[in-house]
Design a binder for this molecule. Structure first.
Ligand code: 6PG
Length: 255
């Protein structure tokens, strides 16, 4: 059953980052209180960085969540960790090198392998960590996604036919900005999550947000994200929403 998405409007980017960090900590607290690990997959790009930095500051930093938290990625560029385009490198700088998370709980995508081999290796990492059996899929507690101005999410780019690799959990693709080889979680894995949160900020995303919300036939990658049994939240600032005529009021909350 697909639940109607929740839209949370943040006044400006700082409030967006604060709300994102709050969602992260609440989700982690819930798992820890249920005595189970908190598994979260994060995105790259620039939007989540302010939120990531808040995870390494009060109050998140001091919360008793880090020993039970496992960090995964929704996608990665196949560049060294020190490269400015590395999602892992950015996350390390922004919070992972600062929070008391056990190093084995950080599960970067293999960014130095051959792309196809890397995709297979990360699938194995997921299978082992989630101890999936048979055709079970890993269920993340929380996944943060961004959107590109072309409607991509993770590194699921427009024009890519998911049917081509429907069975693969992790895909090796080439393209995006920068135009490099990438690994990305596939749609059916993202849609398995208990909670997916799109983080969208800035006037530059206003047009694609309008298309995503108002033109279902656009058939964009971000529109394929519909967590079957989970919650979908669009956490956006006012600039990102500036071209959207009306968001159903019952969907709208404020940050
Ligand atoms: C990536 C990201 C990608 C990102 C969007 C938005 O590795 O490229 O995962 O999907 O979320 O491109 O990027 P910005 O936040 O920089 O606009």
């Amino acid at each position: 059953m697909i639940i109607k998405p929740e839209v949370i409007v943040a006044e400006e980017p700082k409030a967006l980052a604060q709300k994102g960090a709050e969602i992260f900590c609440l989700s982690a607290d819930r798992c820890i209180n249920q005595k189970r690990p908190f598994r979260v997959a994060v995105s790259g790009g620039s939007t989540p960085r302010a939120m990531h930095r808040l995870l390494a500051a009060e109050p998140c930093f001091k919360k008793k969540i880090w020993s039970g938290t496992h960090i995964f990625w929704v996608d990665e560029r196949m560049v060294p960790a020190g490269h400015p385009a590395s999602n892992f490198g950015a996350a390390r700088k922004d919070f992972l090198d600062k929070v008391p998370i056990p190093p084995p709980h950080v599960h970067p995508m293999p960014f130095e392998a051959d792309p196809e081999a890397g995709a297979g290796a990360y699938e194995k990492t997921l299978k082992v960590h989630f101890q999936t059996v048979g055709s079970d899929l890993p269920v993340f507690d929380l996944i943060f996604l961004g959107i590109g101005t072309d409607g991509h999410t993770a590194s699921l780019l427009p024009g890519f036919s998911p049917e081509r690799s429907a069975q693969r959990w992790v895909l090796a693709v080439k393209g995006g900005d920068p135009d490099v080889f990438r690994l990305t979680l596939n749609y059916h894995l993202l849609n398995q999550a208990r909670h997916v949160v799109f983080l969208v900020s800035g006037k530059g995303k206003a047009r694609i947000v309008k298309t995503i919300f108002e033109s279902q036939k656009a058939n964009l990658p971000a529109q394929r994200i519909k967590p079957a049994g989970g919650k979908l939240t669009w956490l956006m600032d006012k600039d990102a929403l500036s071209q959207l005529d009306n968001v159903d009021n019952q969907m709208k909350g404020s940050a």
